[in-house]
Design a binder for this molecule. Sequence first.
Ligand code: ADP
Length: 374
Amino acid sequence: MKQWISLRVRVTLVCGVVLAICCLLLTLSHNYYAYEMADAIEAPPLQPAQAVENVETTESASAPMATITYPARAIYRTQSLIAMGVIVAAGCVLVYWLTGNALAPLRRLDQQIRVRTAADLDTPLPVPSSGDEIAGLTVSFNEMSGNLSKAFAQQKRFSQCAAHELKTPLSVLKTRMALFRKKGLCNTPEVAALLEVLEEQTDRLSQLVNDLLALTNLDSLEHSAVVKVDELLSRAVESLQIPAREHQITLHLRAEPCTVLGNSTLLERAVCNLIENAIKYNRPNGTVTVETTAAERCVKIHVTDEGIGIPVELQEQIFEPFFRVDRSRSRQLGGSGLGLSLVRAIAELHHGTISVEPAPGQGSRFVLTIPCDG
Ligand code: ADP
């Protein structure tokens, strides 16, 4: 049976077919016995031996009985079939209603599971007191989400600890290299080149560690302050003017005054990540346009570039950690591979979304949607 037919309708259909077969058999058997009874009534009564020669009188006596029973048979047949139809229809309605009632706890459970997010995995669902299969299913679901929550927490702790542990040696390396450079010890071109590579790679590692820490610490940050989106966007655009000029990219800002509830630093970081990517993956002398549109009870921030674009089939995957469309190109351009994952995590923290679509002409348009009421 097709997937789109609900369980309730399927149960009703099955019960309807069973009911129809049973009612039909019952009606047929009733009709059969009723006909037999009618035949018995119509049979000529036994005549005493002396009256047998008067056959004409006997036949004429049975004739009125047949004229009465034949229409009665037809009426009985029609009425029994109509009654059967009505009983089957009423039975189906009853089954549909009863199935709806019986499945109501399952629907409630489904709704409770649907609204769950990773953040409330460790809060168990209320177990119904019925003690039936649905209560069993709720207990199993609670156990499963509890285990998932523990696994997530473990993974998060691991990433946090790893990022912290990496931070200290990286800062030591950076300080030592800065000191080395300051003392003028790069006296040969080979040493200077080596130092440059070391500095570049240490910076990349630091960015990766910072992004990893930001990703794992998001939940603990306050995100219910009033944020002026237009001011936030002009700060973000201003802070990225220098890298934009270095890549010969022009930044345009068109923002209407609007506010959302959230964390200003995180939202600015998300927008900066989008603009940085729009600069990095743009064409030479291209433009990046940052604009806002107010939709129903939310603000949409569009970041549009004129760059290489993203293949449609990869538009979902680019938000996964460390996913890159062109690995070698992205490595060359720098970046931790966590930029868009962080944008998505920030959007989700604000109950918003992030999506990408092809820009008109050439390039990509990222749309960050944040609800106004958080
Ligand atoms: P990265 O540090 O590699 O830029 P991100 O998570 O920021 O990591 O982006 C993931 C990948 O998505 C990038 O490697 C790139 O292939 C692709 N991408 C992101 N932004 C754009 C864009 N504006 N235009 C084209 N490709 C993009």
